[in-house]
Ligand binder design. Structure first.
Ligand code: C5P
Length: 317
């Protein structure tokens, strides 16, 4: 009886080893593809800096349809590189996609492997749309799927925190309340159907710089985050729009004048609400799905260089 049990467990182990060997063989021969969706802040609130230098956040986040295309080719070199074709984006570990790939392979016991990552960027850089975090999240989702889910969702999210504060939300996607550094997530009901017009002026705002600046000012007001969460639960777009606010817009910086100007144009063009996302500089308007925003989008693109139309996207895992 004992002998039979031993033989069965040996056979199972041999089968598992064979399966892993076949998965890795196929991964080395094939390219993995994944879409990296951007995020918008429906609201953003910040408290005083913590002992670790980070700030506690209270944000409602939404995944949107504008996305980068990420492809990953695994290799046996133990080296990592990410190519975007953009000279100002690093290809080494400063790139969150590389950091994520390395973290995943270490965590799952494949530290001898490396990865060549190609990213076709559509998400504007330095926009507050979590482009780098979205790429890292896409790497984590794609690798976990390709290795046949060695990490469950909770373990994948825990690992993603090490890549950056916005990465956990970008892994899950959809609509969520984010707290702590941004890694403590509460899933919310999907946003009522709407459209976004997203405009990015031709300057970026450094995230650490803006966090330092906000520490030095007294905030005029805070978003009604509880009210937004309740309005999302009730599926009431008008009540969500009435409460949308990003405290970073309070920072007295000449660049915020451009943000205000874009907001005014969004509202004049029929937006229900308009705010800056994250630490900017992208600024967006919320419109009803029936609104005709083509001319507004054309004008904003002509004046500021970048303007796109996007839709909300639901959960990704
Ligand atoms: O976590 P991540 O690397 O994305 O953060 C980038 C920078 O943004 C941090 O070094 C910190 O200056 C600032 N930050 C913060 N509080 C947060 C998130 C980011 O102060 N909750």
């Amino acid at each position: 009886m004992c002998g039979i049990r031993f033989l069965c467990s040996l056979a199972t182990r041999v089968q598992l080893c064979y399966n892993t060997h076949m998965i890795i063989k196929s991964l080395l021969e094939n390219t993995i593809h994944e879409k990296a969706y951007a995020k918008l802040n429906i609201s953003l609130d910040v408290s005083k800096p913590r002992a670790d230098g980070y700030h506690d956040m209270l944000m409602v986040m939404q995944t949107v349809s504008i996305c980068d295309d990420v492809s990953i080719r695994l290799n046996n070199t133990g080296r990592f590189h990410a190519g975007t074709g953009l000279p100002f984006i690093p290809g080494d570990e400063r790139n969150l996609a590389v950091k994520a790939a390395k973290l995943f392979l270490q965590e799952t016991g494949h530290q001898d492997m490396g990865a060549e990552i190609r990213i076709k960027k559509a998400i504007p850089v330095g926009a507050g749309m979590a482009g780098g975090s979205a790429d890292a999240a896409a790497v984590l989702r794609a690798m976990n799927r390709s290795f046949n889910y060695p990490l469950d969702n909770a373990a994948l999210l825990k690992l993603s925190e090490k890549a950056g504060s916005d990465v956990p939300f970008c892994v899950i996607g959809g609509t969520a309340l984010a707290q702590g550094r941004g890694e403590l997530l509460t899933e919310l009901r999907p946003l009522p159907d709407c459209r976004f017009v997203i405009c990015k002026p031709d300057f970026s705002i450094s995230t650490p710089e803006l966090f330092r600046a906000i520490d030095g000012i007294r905030l005029r007001t805070h978003p009604d985050t509880k009210g937004i969460v309740e309005a999302i639960d009730a599926g009431d777009l008008k009540q969500i729009c009435r409460r949308m606010y990003n405290v970073f817009e309070d920072v007295q910086d000449r660049r915020m004048k451009t943000v205000s100007e874009i907001k005014r144009k969004m509202l004049a063009g029929g937006a229900e609400a308009s705010i800056m996302t994250g630490t900017g500089s992208a600024t967006y308007g919320v419109f009803s799905p029936e609104a005709d925003t083509e001319q507004l989008c054309r004008e904003l693109k002509k004046e500021y260089g970048f303007c796109v139309y996007a839709k909300p996207v639901g959960k990704l895992i």
